[in-house]
Design a binder for this molecule. Sequence first.
Ligand code: C5P
Length: 208
Amino acid sequence: MDNKIIFALDVYDYDTAMTLARELGDKVFAIKVNWPLIMENGIKIIKDISKYSPVICDFKLADVENTVKLITEKAKEYGAYGIITHAFTGINSLKAVVNSAGNMKVFSVVSMSQESFVDEVTKQLIDISKEAGVYGLVAPGNRPLNLKNVRSLAGNLKIISPGVGAQGGNITEALLLGADYVIIGRAIYDSTNPTNVLEEFIQESSKN
Ligand code: C5P
């Protein structure tokens, strides 16, 4: 799908998740799944959702090489399109994710959508992410200065940006500041009409 929205499907319930995936999957660039959905339903749900949209696993990996490799290989086995890892665990863990990802796209977190210690080392995190060969970076769509800074250092890497909607970020601003894709969850799935709200975000995003 040729648009700039990644839908964060942070619900527990299988039927709710599948209904949303069926209705919205072909209208978004990808669906991002996080621990709440996987904990309740197991890793197999990646395969089910993939029928409707590419799936990005937001596992925010932060562990030793062998463990991140094992988790990355599982996500790959179940057909994920992409996986998100932390970068603060260092170059060796990052390389382990990239080397075990195969065709999966690897995105590393270099700045959070809320204040964190990660902010203090964003440049170093981008440097090692490049060295490890990630496909893209995660940087906040609700913190303009951080996003601008990441864009200026990211080179050719894609940037995916959470924080739009419920966390206060604005989609137009995030895209203007350099996000390639924006990640939106609650603003869509908590609304009374997720399809309409998504359509509004799509319209706004295509103005850029
Ligand atoms: O509901 P909301 O739009 O805030 O969802 C944002 C999604 O992006 C959540 O899945 C959250 O875990 C994720 N995320 C984030 N901030 C980061 C990295 C990921 O909000 N720095």
